[in-house]
Design a protein around this ligand. Structure first.
Ligand SMILES: Nc1ncnc2c1ncn2[C@@H]1O[C@H](COP(=O)(O)OP(=O)(O)OP(=O)(O)O)[C@@H](O)[C@H]1O
Ligand SMILES: [Mg+2]
Length: 229
């Protein structure tokens, strides 16, 4: 469970202070499929980085399964991140000139898995995203949708309980985006908590809960689903 209480985040730029988050309080239960929406600059990515333990809040508390993350050392944070949290980004963030299987194996190395277990998990994850026949392909030999699926396999392989995806379909056409969403549905059905930042109505429709951010604050938190149409 993710518990955010009065989270603020300030960026200091010379004499200027940017208040990216101004007091965000929310609880995300295990197994949720939640979409974060809001205009550009409203704090979505900032919030995702905090939830993902990539960044610490300026103030407020963040508890992950009851443990106060803000009290953790950098090493402990990195361990939580490597084992528990998977990230998927809009631009895929794959390594150039690196085969898919290797992209997926790398985080398993950081997580401390041995060579055979790395290979086994990487193959399993690539299978799960439908890329069994693309394991030896490099990013420039894959379509955008396939590259994003490699990125999902990479996020998935260490066995995270939470996957955070920031505009995962932002660069894809609707058919490729649909494939990505079907994979997310599948992962969510297996019990993985999914938090997605999106502008995409199709993503929004799949989410069971939509949180709207505006100027660093939650302006609505709705479990009745997508209010587009
Ligand atoms: N590293 C940083 N240093 C300074 N200011 C930052 C930094 N990161 C974000 N900001 C500022 O914080 C605010 C929130 O940014 P954030 O990236 O969270 O917005 P967003 O909702 O993800 O926007 P978008 O939809 O464009 O991705 C913005 O005003 C941004 O300029
Ligand atoms: Mg963003």
């Amino acid at each position: 469970m993710i518990e955010l209480h009065e989270i603020t985040k300030e960026y200091h730029m010379g004499t200027q202070t940017v208040h990216a988050l101004r007091g965000v309080t929310a609880t995300i239960e295990d197994g949720e499929l939640l979409a974060i929406m809001g205009p550009s600059g409203s704090g979505k990515s900032t919030l995702m980085n905090i939830i993902g333990c990539l960044d610490q809040p300026s103030a407020g508390t963040y508890k992950l399964d009851g443990i106060d993350v803000s009290q953790m050392s950098d090493d402990e944070l990195a361990r939580v991140r490597n084992r528990r949290i998977g990230f998927v980004f809009q631009m895929y963030n794959l390594l150039p000139r690196t085969r898919a299987i290797r992209q997926v194996e790398l985080p398993l190395m950081y997580a401390g898995y041995g060579r055979r277990e790395r290979r086994r998990r990487a193959e399993e994850a690539l299978n799960a995203v439908g890329l069994a026949d693309r394991m030896d392909h490099r990013p420039d030999e894959l379509s955008g949708g396939q590259q994003q699926r490699v990125a999902i396999a990479r996020a998935l392989a260490p066995g995270p309980t939470i996957i955070l995806a920031d505009e995962p379909t932002g660069n894809l056409d609707s058919a490729a985006g649909e494939e990505i969403l079907a994979i997310f549905d599948d992962l969510n059905a297996k019990g993985i908590t999914l938090v997605l930042v999106t502008h995409d109505v199709e993503v929004c429709k799949r989410a069971r809960r939509i949180v709207h951010l505006l100027d660093g604050l939650i302006v609505s938190d709705d479990s009745t689903g997508c209010d587009f149409e």
